[in-house]
Write a protein of this length. Structure first.
Length: 286
């Protein structure tokens, strides 16, 4: 059977917002089945987090990457260098049109200004809260700094603790789905939790399920997705729902696996029997 893996990146192949480490890169180098990646972030962020470290740790294979929540499809060929080329791309702003895009941005700004969603000290807004990534929009209540500092990392960690204790993002998610109900209905807007601190806005079927459909159409007979956000509201949830709502009489070719860290991902790949015990051949030196 033609089997392939589809892997989330942040907190699935790497620690949250941290670079891929040599141990996980070694697992990817020893895989006995092809792998591809589907991530919420865009290439600019993931270049240093995943793509460059994977090459520097000696991976010399090929894979597809579906970034910006799956809406931008790249073909990656590391056999002769670090090559990442666009195959297809989707523009959320063009899809919505300027009027509806403006309404979306205005709604996010008004939501953050509401008393119930204002951040109490010591939490701060550091950087831009709304970022357009072509195929999707990321909304981060604490902001995204261009470069992570000690202060930014501390603020992020404090927010994660605050969010888990207060259900802040879940409450905000429900509020925004109500405010943006028209765009959800008329423009197929999708809103999910992004990573540990943000929200991702995309269009239904130009989310991570686009990666699933593309790979199945290319002939993959068994596709296993591994990610950390398959729960309700998570940005991997559409993939779980794709499998649960498989409309055909034949068994669904997609399997989903929830993990909570890159270490758990490595463990599950070994349990599947997809990791060779043999050391990979040394990467070429030129």
């Amino acid at each position: 059977m033609n089997t392939a893996l589809l892997l989330d990146i942040d907190n699935t192949l790497t620690p949250p917002r941290q670079p891929l480490n040599e141990s996980m890169a070694g697992v990817l180098k020893r895989l006995t089945v092809p792998f591809h990646v589907a991530a919420g972030s865009h290439l600019e962020i993931l270049q240093d987090q995943f793509f460059t470290p994977l090459f520097e740790y000696g991976f010399r294979g090929k894979f597809d990457a579906f970034l910006s929540l799956g809406g931008v499809h790249y073909r990656c060929d590391y056999s002769r260098g670090l090559s990442v080329e666009v195959v297809t791309a989707f523009d959320l702003r063009a899809h919505l049109g300027e009027e509806d895009y403006g309404f979306l941005v205005d709604t996010l700004e008004r939501t953050l200004a509401r008393g119930e969603f204002r951040l109490a000290p010591p939490l701060k807004v550091l950087g831009e809260t709304i970022t357009c990534r072509g195929a999707m929009v990321n909304f981060c209540p604490i902001g995204r700094a261009e470069r992570e500092s000690v202060e930014y990392r501390r603020n992020r960690n404090d927010f994660v603790v605050f969010d888990r204790a207060r259900g802040y993002r879940q409450r905000m998610l429900e509020h925004m789905r109500g405010e943006l109900a028209r765009l959800i209905s008329e423009r197929r807007l999708s809103i999910v939790l992004g990573g540990e601190t943000s929200f991702d806005f995309s269009v239904t079927e130009r989310d991570k399920t686009y990666a699933v459909r593309t790979l199945l159409e290319a002939g993959v007979e068994r596709l296993i997705f591994i990610g950390d956000a398959l729960f309700e509201g998570g940005n991997d949830a559409p993939i779980r729902e794709f499998a649960e709502n498989w409309p055909h009489d034949t068994p669904c070719p997609l399997e989903t696996v929830q993990v909570n860290s890159w270490q758990e991902t490595a463990k599950r790949l070994v349990e599947f029997g997809f990791v060779s015990s043999a050391a990979p051949e040394p990467a070429p030196t030129s």
